[in-house]
Design a protein around this ligand. Structure first.
Ligand code: HEM
Length: 198
């Protein structure tokens, strides 16, 4: 399928995501960042459990290599946070076709690109050293570009008649992530959640 089509079809969802996640805020402070890390951790961990159970055989090695919830665990530990109690929340309903699965994976993999920008900002705003407290956003580091190109090839190899399902999978995944992140708003809930941190 044509890759640009997937990108354009989900551009509005991506813009919405940027407004839901306060990570590029000029006034980002550590408490807020820690709350976001916990939220990411729960979602990404659920994704890894779900994708391990639902991945097509041929994508499994790629998925294993790209797991990043351990990085979020390390970042939470860096700030002296306990890991949140894990509540499994499947990001996609039902049993996905390979095409729907690819769409969902696109959202997780694509987020490594924005992660590079987020890491730079978070380091500046919170005075962190690269990879210390933001290893999740640094993610695959120098390999980010090559790993992204490798994943893009898998999308491009999908048949044109699967394109609609790939797009539907990506939209459902963006929606699930958005729903999860929306609980960060309004600013009050950030404070409440910080105060109620376990
Ligand atoms: C403040 C939050 C975010 C910012 C500032 C941001 C920024 C960006 C930027 C600049 C790119 C393009 C990078 C490049 O082409 O080199 C990108 C790509 C992407 N991001 Fe984000 N992002 C954010 C959050 C997210 C989240 C939370 C997700 C997923 C849950 C996500 C999913 C994606 C995807 C799928 C792409 C690939 C688009 C494509 O080229 O097809 N982003 N992001």
């Amino acid at each position: 399928m044509n890759f640009a089509r997937l990108k354009h079809a989900t551009a509005a969802e991506h813009t919405r995501m940027e407004s839901l996640v306060p990570l590029m805020s000029a006034t980002l402070h550590q408490d807020q960042y820690r709350v976001v890390l916990r939220r990411f951790y729960e979602f990404v961990h659920s994704w890894e459990v779900w994708s391990a159970a639902n991945a097509p055989e041929d994508l499994r090695p790629m998925l294993l290599e790209r797991r990043r919830s351990r990085l979020l665990e390390a970042d939470l530990r860096y700030f002296g946070e306990q890991l949140p109690e894990f509540h499994y929340t499947p990001p996609i309903q039902g049993t996905p076709s390979r095409a729907v699965f690819l769409g969902a994976m696109y959202v997780i993999e694509g987020s490594t690109l924005g992660g590079q920008y987020i890491a730079g900002h978070v380091e500046k705003a919170l005075g962190l050293l690269p990879g210390q407290g933001d290893s999740y956003f640094r993610g695959h580091g120098d390999r980010t570009g090559s790993m992204w190109r490798q994943f893009r090839m898998v999308i491009e190899e999908a048949h044109d008649d699967e394109a609609e399902d790939v797009i539907a999978g990506a939209r459902e995944m963006f929606a699930a992530f958005g729903e999860w992140m929306r609980q960060l708003k309004p600013a009050d809930s950030l404070e409440n959640e910080t105060m109620g941190a376990k």
